[in-house]
Design a binder for this molecule. Structure first.
Ligand code: FES
Length: 72
């Protein structure tokens, strides 16, 4: 089984690597022809659900760390 990894970029998108199916609330799939996609986390992209770089323009700030990193 192939692994899929989601990385939360500092003040940026979710970067998804690996095979995924992305489906909207009505059950319609998005066509994804890449092994890596960036999903908007700031809410400002005009190409939702994909990141288009607008997070930089609006100076989106969000740093997320796993609680596991504190126990290491
Ligand atoms: S995270 Fe990049 S445009 Fe929203």
């Amino acid at each position: 089984m192939a692994d899929t990894q989601i990385t939360i970029k500092d003040s940026g998108p979710f970067v998804v690597k690996g095979p995924i199916t992305l489906t909207d609330a009505e059950g319609n799939d998005f066509t994804i022809d890449k092994e890596i996609v960036a999903l908007c986390r700031c809410g400002a992209s005009t190409t939702q659900p994909f990141c288009n770089g607008t997070h930089r323009k609006i100076e989106f700030e969000s740093i997320v760390r796993s609680p596991q990193s504190e126990s290491a």
